[in-house]
Write a new protein. Structure first.
Length: 1065
């Protein structure tokens, strides 16, 4: 029952107070109301009867326990004149009340009463005093009381240790703990819990492990509280393995231990073990709480795993947590993180309590998904419903505007902020500067900065970052100097921003200057700054400085190691990158993450070290990243690069989720290995799997169509690109030009080029190459002239293609004229690739000695293409002497060049010098110089058929053989003579003529004749150059069958028509 009138009674007003009590029917003999009434009336409690004194003490303790407010403290402070009769327990309760309410001024008064009563040496009261000062933030005062105690028990140490932890001075708490042990005070369980918290806050794993050992030594390990504290400590010290081991050994796992470990895995983004623990809770009959759901949903959000998130959602509904504000907010965030905006909206609409936190999560989620206009509409709806927007809501909008560069929405948000009176907020001001900067308006960002009434270090750093982003490095450094003049000390983010600017521009002296400033400000041991320094030195190509900085870093985390390893890789020092990877493993201080594995695997590919790649794969399997999509993609690339396509497929199949990048890597692996037919099959499977192709996918698919001559596939792709709106990409248009050119459809290639809004150098070069490949060399040169007329500057590649067109057409004068123009007018210095077409021009004209002299005079030592070109011409013109010198030069450059051995062996066979031919074959065996298997492809009714030399696998092989035999007989009547001289006399195939019939392109052409209409053009693609016999046979077939046949080989595109070939016209 409240007694408001009592407050008017002062000292000496006992009569008045009695009168005030009368109407309330208070019984003055009541043991509770009597002392209450006399508190402020100046009446000596000693005058009361003994029972009243006892009642007073009982009331004091009871009211301290029940009435935790300042009035209760004031109530008892009125008893100061009788403190000698107040028991220690009363003071303890009073101090606990002050601690709970953090009322330091009342605490000072109670402390004075304690001193007055001579109780400051009481161990329990002193403990409460220390605790009160710690809780009220006066840690120095608490330390003074502690040091003044003549003797100390464990209870005196505990509050000070935990106090240091609370005020971010955990290192002092740990030092105090060690001092406690040195003084022979046995720590209690509470002491250990305090120290473990200090270790957790500091993230000090070493100290945590020492404390754990001491805990075991003192027999305190087997307690649920202690076990949970240990798990929590290991989690916060980023040692999840230790946390998991502790969890596995714990005597009884409760919701606290499960939550700590799930939270640790969630923080680390490691969903799989977190989800398994979540599932184990129900099996172990451990009840979920809201923290469980918040933690596991965080892991689902970080990983973007919708399936797991939906399962957790169903559990939340099942266990009636769907209405919990924290859980529902986490669910909303999870759906947004997984890109399921509509699901998130449905969930939001079903919520009964849509508070500002929930609204802000919706706004933030929409903004993060690039739906900034929708997010701004939600903000407007919040205002309509009278919901008070907070800073976080607007910061989410501004971040979204920054991410997608939406300046208009950003300006509207800015106007709302001014209208709502938020324009003085530092956080919002900083977010606005960042938004204007990333939306391209450096002027607005600067104006806002200058107009801010107050600034902090974040404000300065944001503007410095803005100038760096816009390439204004000098201005950024000027701002840095001005900031320091105005008394702002740079923080790690400031230095990291400036180092990034220096690294991006490759300005080493600026980076060194910042390094000196970092040392001057005592931040050289900061991991974030150290990592930025290492990155800067690598980007400025100073690997030694980067390593030196890394070695001097006091604390190196996984980011430090990743920066070192990736820095070496990006600088092309793959061997050193792998050395660092193994060094990190040997030290064992940090565990590799997905970025570490990716850099290490890339380095293996870079130095062609497959064995190390396998070792790293084994480590990945035993780690927590075996199903990581990025790592999986890199493993697929590793196996594909080394020709292990089956292993690449196994890795692909093992991945729980396959995105467009994963599909692209596998497709490219098959395409690069020459298995383009399978690459196109993967393209179809990818779409069946519901994965939308991107530009990289389409480029790979188009290139595969070119490689196997799949015109129908290519035309279908062209239609799909148009439907998907991806044909606007210049790279895709240029790829279609190349694809149509490769199958002899130059009219369609030219049409794609002409319809292109932008015609870049790559497009022009591709068109020139297409005409040159079909020996339409004058058209190729006209295309080059047109390119110049359109103001497009040719590059080195364009000139190579133009000179090749001249060589293909035997246009000697034009070739040398363009070569001279390249040097004198365009200022392009010729390379080995520019000289080779000139050598080809000379050989085509029969000037073999002139070509040899030119080759000998060139400053390029390893010109294998030039020597091979001359070798082929020597065989055709029967110049044995130069041919042998060419052969010797080629095998000196590349002993495993199979083509050189084949040409030279065939040449000797043509000349009847079989012993010399056999010697060449023996040399070939020693060098292990064998050609890759010849393959030919033909597309019939949308299906690509593949043949290899001597192939017997095709189901129509008997019909193919019959067709070829029939054609062979007809061709012989027409004058065909098989080139058996191209098959060595000592070949294992006794029937040399039969061996010629088994060539891949002949098999493909025969199938085309058997299965396609007589009016259609046959299109065959071969991975190697056609032999002379196949070339002659195809001319005969085109005449006999009255068919147009297009064969694209490694040299050019041959159009066979009426017994003639375009390469000879």
């Amino acid at each position: 029952m409240a007694i408001p009138n009592m407050e008017v009674c002062g000292p000496g007003e006992l009569v008045v107070s009695r009168q005030a009590a009368a109407p309330l029917s208070l019984n003055l003999s009541d043991r509770h109301s009597l002392p209450l009434l006399h508190i402020n009336c100046g009446v000596k409690v000693s005058r009361l009867c003994g029972s009243a004194i006892n009642s007073r003490n009982h009331f004091l303790v009871r009211s301290c326990s029940d009435a935790w407010d300042e009035q209760a403290v004031d109530l008892h402070v009125g008893l100061h004149e009788s403190t000698q009769e107040l028991p220690p327990q009363g003071f303890i309760h009073l101090l606990n009340m002050c601690s709970a309410m953090e009322t330091i001024h009342k605490g000072h008064w109670v402390h004075m009463l304690v001193v007055k009563g001579g109780l400051e040496v009481d161990s329990y009261i002193s403990c409460s005093l220390i605790n009160m000062y710690v809780k009220c933030g006066e840690i120095q005062r608490a330390q003074t009381i502690f040091e003044s105690l003549p003797t100390r028990v464990a209870e005196n140490w505990n509050p000070l240790i935990i106090g240091y932890a609370h005020c971010q001075k955990g290192d002092l708490g740990i030092k105090l703990f060690k001092r406690m042990q040195q003084e022979g005070i046995k720590p209690s369980r509470v002491t250990f819990l305090c120290v473990l918290k200090a270790c957790s806050d500091l993230g000090s794993l070493d100290e945590g492990r020492l404390t754990h050992a001491s805990l075991i030594e003192n027999g305190f390990e087997f307690s649920t509280f202690v076990e949970n504290a240990l798990i929590d400590m290991y989690v916060k010290c980023s040692s999840l393995d230790d946390a998991h081991n502790m969890f596995a050994r714990s005597s009884k796992s409760d919701v606290g231990s499960f939550n700590a470990l799930i939270g640790g895995y969630a923080q680390d983004g490691d969903l799989q073990p977190a989800f398994f623990l979540f599932m184990d809770m129900q099996e172990n009959r451990v009840h979920y709480d809201h923290i469980t759901f918040v933690s596991i949903l965080k892991a689902c959000s970080i990983n973007g795993n919708l399936l797991c998130g939906q399962h957790v959602h169903s559990r939340a509904v099942e266990f009636e947590f769907e209405s919990d504000e924290h859980v529902i907010n986490s669910l909303l965030h999870m759906y947004m993180s997984c890109g399921c905006i509509e699901d998130a909206r449905v969930l939001f609409e079903r919520m009964q309590n849509q508070n500002v936190v929930i609204w802000t999560t919706l706004v933030s989620g929409l903004a993060q998904n690039g739906r900034v206009p929708d997010a701004f509409e939600v903000v407007n709806e919040m205002k309509k419903q009278g919901i008070q927007l907070n800073e976080i809501t607007y910061i989410s909008i501004l971040k979204g505007c920054s991410a997608i560069s939406a300046p208009e929405i950003g300006r509207s948000a800015h106007a709302d902020l001014i209208e709502g009176g938020y324009n003085g907020s530092l956080c919002l001001g900083n977010a606005l500067i960042d938004m204007y900067s990333k939306c391209g308006s450096l002027e607005d960002a600067t104006a806002l900065f200058l107009g801010m009434p107050s600034r902090d270090i974040v404000t300065w750093t944001t503007l410095i970052a803005a100038y760096s982003l816009h390439g204004c490095g000098q201005e950024a450094f000027s701002l840095f100097d001005q900031m320091q003049k105005e008394g702002f000390l740079p923080n790690p983010v400031t230095f990291a921003t400036l180092l990034k600017s220096s690294a991006h521009r490759g300005v080493l002296h600026e980076g060194r200057h910042i390094h000196a400033c970092i040392v001057e400000n005592g931040l050289e041991s900061d991991a974030y700054v150290g990592n930025s320094l290492v990155d800067m030195y690598f980007q400025c190509c100073c690997s030694d400085d980067a390593v030196d900085t890394f070695n001097k870093m006091g604390q190196r985390d996984i980011i430090s190691w990743n920066t070192l390893i990736s820095g070496y890789f990006q600088n092309g020092e793959c061997f050193q990158a792998l050395q660092c990877y193994w060094q990190m493993q040997a030290e064992g201080s940090v565990e590799p993450d997905s970025i570490t594995f990716m850099c290490a695997l890339k380095s293996c590919v870079g130095i062609a070290d497959f064995k190390q790649g396998i070792c790293i794969h084994a480590k990945i399997i035993s780690s927590s990243h075996p199903s990581d999509g990025s790592v999986g993609s890199m493993l697929i690339e590793l196996y594909a690069k080394f020709g292990h396509l089956e292993d690449a497929c196994r890795v692909f199949s093992s991945l729980p989720e396959r995105n467009v990048v994963t599909w692209n890597v596998l497709m490219k692996g098959f395409a690069d290995a020459g298995e383009c037919n399978q690459a196109l099959e993967l393209f179809s499977l990818m779409q069946e799997d519901g994965v939308m192709p991107d530009v990289a996918t389409l480029l790979c698919a188009i290139k595969s169509c070119s490689t196997v001559g799949a015109l129908q596939h290519g035309q279908m792709l062209h239609m799909q690109c148009t439907l998907w709106g991806l044909d606007i990409h210049l790279s895709i248009k240029n790829s279609f030009i190349s694809m149509y050119s490769s199958v002899g459809r130059m009219d369609e290639a030219q049409a794609v080029f002409d319809k292109s809004c932008v015609q870049d150098g790559v497009g022009w070069t591709t068109l020139i190459t297409g005409y040159a490949q079909q020996h339409r060399c004058l058209e190729a040169l006209r295309c080059y002239e047109s390119m110049l007329e359109h103001g497009q500057q040719p590059d080195q590649v364009t000139l190579v293609c133009t000179l090749t067109a001249c060589s293909r057409g035997g246009l000697r004068n034009e070739g040398f004229r363009h070569f001279k123009s390249m040097r004198d007018e365009l200022g392009i210095q010729p390379t080995i690739e520019h000289y080779n077409p000139l050598i080809d021009l000379l050989t085509h004209g029969g000037a073999l000695h002139e070509a040899e002299d030119l080759l000998e005079s060139l400053p390029f030592e390893k010109n294998m293409v030039g020597w091979m070109s001359l070798l082929g011409a020597c065989r055709n013109l029967s110049n044995q002497g130069i041919a042998r010198r060419c052969f010797d030069n080629v095998v000196k450059i590349d002993p495993s060049n199979a083509s050189a051995y084949v040409i030279m062996s065939n040449f000797y066979t043509q000349l009847g010098q079989l012993e010399e031919a056999k010697n060449i074959e023996e040399l070939r065996k020693v060098a292990n110089a064998w050609k890759i298997p010849a393959k030919a492809f033909i597309e019939i009714d949308g299906q690509v058929h593949e043949f290899i030399v001597g192939d017997r696998r095709h189901p129509k092989r008997d019909a193919i053989d019959a067709k070829l035999n029939h054609l062979n007989a007809q061709m012989k009547r027409e004058g065909y003579r098989p080139r058996v001289d191209l098959v060595p006399a000592f070949s294992v195939d006794e029937n040399q003529e039969k061996a010629l019939c088994g060539h891949a392109e002949k098999l493909a052409i025969a199938l085309g004749l058997l299965t396609s209409s007589s009016e259609s053009t046959l299109r065959v693609t071969k991975n190697l150059r056609m032999c002379d016999d196949c070339h002659a046979v195809t001319k005969f077939i085109s005449k006999i069958e009255t068919r147009n046949i297009v064969v694209k080989d490694a040299y050019c595109v041959h159009l066979f028509q009426k017994g003639l070939c375009s390469c000879e016209i």
